[in-house]
Design a protein. Structure first.
Length: 149
């Protein structure tokens, strides 16, 4: 079901001109406001965007999803993502395709300053959780060698 987006510049909470409008009465269960806090009575979910088997230099477009799955198909560089927004968070589910090296763009920041060594045994799954702090800083934490699906 699609969400309705109501911008604060379109309708004010209290009035438009001299006419009183109760935005709450216009808002259905699937309305998201961009000018105030939203409260939801059910869990909010996002789909996992499958990137397939990748190798070489790759740029993930963070405007398409918060969650991504991929299989390392060769030596891989996860370059700095495009369309990053401070406050965005998500996960990368990375399935090993074998003994390949993965490197990371400069926006990716891991504890201690060292990027993780991902699993090199085929079919092992690693997860990298991230939150975007600023236009060029992504804090990330890796969980290595999870059970596969």
């Amino acid at each position: 079901m699609a969400l309705t987006k109501i911008e604060s510049s379109n309708i004010a909470d209290d009035a438009v001109g001299s006419a009183q409008i109760n935005v709450g009465s216009l808002a259905g269960a699937n309305t998201v406001f961009t000018h105030r806090t939203n409260e939801f009575s059910v869990a909010q979910t996002g789909s996992i965007s499958a990137l397939g088997s990748i190798s070489g230099a790759n740029t993930i477009n963070l405007a398409t999803s918060n969650y991504f799955s991929l299989t390392v198909g060769g030596t891989l560089t996860l370059s700095n993502p495009s369309n990053i927004t401070p406050g965005q968070a998500g996960s990368l589910f990375i399935t090993s395709g074998g003994s390949y090296v993965t490197s990371w763009g400069s926006y990716w920041r891991f504890a201690g300053g060292d990027a993780p060594v991902l699993s090199t045994v085929a079919s092992k799954v690693d997860r990298v959780d991230y939150i975007v702090q600023s236009a060029n800083t992504i804090h990330a934490v890796a969980t290595i060698d999870l059970l596969g699906t």
